[in-house]
Design a protein around this ligand. Structure first.
Ligand code: PHE
Length: 355
């Protein structure tokens, strides 16, 4: 037993001096490590006479716990002391000048996408997304635009391979296909995103943004389409009344198809939406073609509905008085500072996506 007593006395003595954490950890492994002093006492148990063995073992256990407690208390003390010292040494110099602070702005296109999503979510549309790189099938064939269809030529497509099987989507309509293949009707979605066509001038960029709308259910007709678009345009431009007209058009994936114009007039060199007798085309739409529904295994006798697609950049330009589309994508900070939105300023018709 005297061995154990000696070990404890020595430890108590050592712990009295000023120690750092690694010294205490060293002591810990000297005692409890594989060949440590305490561990070797445990190994001795087998050699002790049977009459003494029980007593020795239980005393050894008690001392072991005591030693462990002593060491743990010391470790805690050292840690506390280290924190105290650190706090005393590291004084904050409050006279230092602050770091320059740059607050970013929200790009008008992102802002417009948020506004559009918010307006449509009020009437039950949810938001879907699709990839920029699409299959030829989703972008054209499934949308009732087979190979050699003249409508393909109008899209100035960027193909990504020789076989023309992969491309940069030329419109957001392939998201209709993806959504309908994924789920069962009814569908009520919008799909905002980037689209690409080989085209560039003041009002066209090779990358631009569209938002697709799709509403498929039982007994959906063109009246619903008209009501929905009328509501959207009034909300988006924050107007009580607008002039809107449907002009017959053609898209392979809708029948009948229409283009929608809204009324405007020029006042002091600026476009004023809603009044006047000039017309501005803003979107394409129509009743989803039965062939499209068949392609995605939706029965066109039971379900029908409408789709529309509009250019987001054009809407942003009209609403916020921006006249060159290319500036959107120049990444010029001065421009962004002028036309961008403060992240903390909430526009009047923005209700948040969560509502
Ligand atoms: N995808 C058409 C385009 O890019 C727009 C559209 C969408 C028309 C949906 C009708 C229905 O021009």
């Amino acid at each position: 037993m005297s061995d154990l007593k000696k070990i404890k006395d020595e430890l108590l003595l050592k712990l009295k001096s000023k120690l750092n954490l690694s010294e205490v950890n060293q002591m810990k492994s000297d005692l409890f490590g594989k060949n440590g002093l305490v561990s070797s006492q445990f190994k001795k148990i087998g050699t002790i006479a049977e009459t003494e063995r029980k007593k020795f073992a239980s005393e050894l256990n008690v001392i072991k716990d005591e030693l462990q407690d002593l060491i743990n208390v010391k470790i805690k003390e050292i840690e506390k002391e280290e924190i105290r010292e650190k706090l005393q040494k590291e004084k904050i110099d409050i006279t230092l000048p602050e770091r320059p602070f740059v607050r970013g702005k929200i790009h008008p296109v992102s802002q417009t996408i948020d506004e559009i999503s918010s307006i449509f979510s009020e009437i039950g549309f949810s938001v879907e997304e699709g990839p920029d790189v699409e299959s030829e099938y989703n972008n054209f064939t499934a949308l009732n635009t087979p190979k050699n269809h003249p409508a393909r030529d109008m899209h100035d497509t960027f193909y990504l391979d020789e076989k023309k099987e992969r491309l940069l989507r030329t419109h957001t309509s392939p998201v209709q296909i993806r959504t309908m293949l994924k789920d069962k009707p009814p569908f009520k979605i919008i799909a905002p995103g980037r689209t690409y066509r080989s085209d560039s001038d003041q009002t066209h960029a090779p990358m631009f943004h569209q938002v697709e709308g799709l509403h498929i259910d039982k007994d959906i007709n063109m009246g619903h389409l008209k009501g929905c678009l009328n509501y959207f345009i009034k909300e988006f431009f924050e107007l009580d009344k607008i002039k809107m007209r449907f002009r017959p058009s053609h898209f392979p994936f809708t029948e009948p198809s229409a283009e929608v114009d809204i009324g405007y007039e020029m006042k002091d060199g600026k476009i004023v939406i809603g009044e006047g007798d000039q017309w501005l085309e803003i979107l394409g739409c129509g009743m989803v073609h039965p062939n499209v529904l068949r392609n995605v295994k939706v029965d066109p006798i039971k379900f029908q509905g409408y789709a529309f697609g509009m250019g987001i950049d054009r809407l942003a330009m009209l609403k916020y008085g921006i006249n060159d589309l290319r500036a959107f994508f120049d990444c010029d900070y001065r421009w962004l500072n002028h036309f961008g939105f403060d992240p903390l300023d909430v526009p009047t018709n923005y209700r948040g996506l969560s509502r």
